[in-house]
Design a protein. Sequence first.
Length: 216
Amino acid sequence: MKLFKKEKEVSELLTKFLDEVEKCLKKTEKTINSYINGTLKEAKHLARDVREIETETDVLKYTIRDKLYSGAYLPLIREDIYKLVESIDKVANAAEACSDFFLNQRPAIPDDLKSQFTTVGQEAMSVITPLKKAVACFLKKKCSIEDVRQYAQEVGWVETDVDRSEWDLTKAIFISSLDFSHKIHLKHCLDKIVEVSDRAEDAADQLELAALKSMA
């Protein structure tokens, strides 16, 4: 009975953790949009919010870790649950790094590339929606392994869309008449954005592993 109580506590903390990660990505998207639209003051405030939210995700991560150390979940999957939490936290870390990049390095985005940068930002940050659904499905224990896999695959589909947009924007950057150093800076900026969806795909893979072990 005590084991199930601890599992429930971890489940509730994980749900709250995911809510904070979702907030982090949505604020990051707003930060990118504000920066691209030239509202720098608003972007600064939003970037500060991103850092505060990411700090909260770290606090929740360590709280979940302590619960796991105290005996929540069976030993077979306890490590996988924590690896899942760490992998989701890396999504929030990537979002914070992306937000900080815009405000610290101030990339000069040409007008004819702004819409593509905005699109990539929207696509990359939207990955949290299927990832959150997948983890929620796993936590409820009412979903089959196939249900969890289906949601996890949706994360991969979003990441594929991001890859396609990244390819198009990379080409647009390097065939432009910009100085080479400017091109490199813009590509580095793009890398920071797509890192978010890359880390989300890693988290989805970790989720599938945890689900397989828990439902074995």
